[in-house]
Ligand binder design. Structure first.
Ligand code: FES
Length: 165
């Protein structure tokens, strides 16, 4: 396993890989390695995936294949806060689509995109099991239930204020 680290983060990632990688079963630790890398960088850049390929000697195409197969791996820089609007059936029929549309207008981004100030990334989610509270959205790990479009500005402002504090 050769490492040509260009910065401390890559050295740390290399050390992690050395700890979990088993050359006998090169694919077995890939998901854990990609998770760890995403935790460090917030997303998986091409450079980071190429570094993983170089250290593990797993072909880069295989690394990209795994990273793009799972939706929880991100390939662009993510906002500080992740907004997910539930598009499950119960939420959808109780106004989830309207919530998403309002957020798109307020933030001027589409699902999958991040605001220019890097504060919010917008996304959709499937049912999170809180259908009784439909329509539901999450910001990071916090669940907001029975959300009305009129409440959205106040909710987002809480996160904007936190950034200025
Ligand atoms: S459909 Fe939204 S929480 Fe179940």
């Amino acid at each position: 396993m050769e490492c040509t680290c260009r910065d401390d983060n890559l050295c740390e990632l290399t050390e992690y890989i050395k700890g979990v990688f088993n050359p006998e079963h090169p694919q077995s630790a890939l998901i854990a390695i990609l998770h760890h890398a995403q935790g460090m960088y917030g997303y998986l850049s091409r450079d980071v995936m190429e570094h993983i390929a170089q250290v593990t000697e797993v072909p880069a195409a295989e690394i990209y294949g795994v990273a793009t197969f799972y939706s929880f791996f991100k390939h662009t820089p993510q906002g500080k806060h992740q907004i997910h609007v539930c598009m499950g059936t119960a939420c959808y029929i109780r106004g989830g689509a309207k919530l998403l549309e309002t957020l798109e207008d307020m933030l001027n981004i589409k699902p999958g995109e991040t605001t220019e100030d890097m504060l919010f990334t917008l996304g959709e989610t499937r049912c999170i099991g809180a259908c009784g509270l439909a329509p539901v959205m999450m910001i990071d790990d916090k669940v907001y239930g029975r959300v009305e479009p009129e409440q959205l500005k106040g909710i987002l402002d809480e996160y904007r204020t936190e950034m200025q504090a």
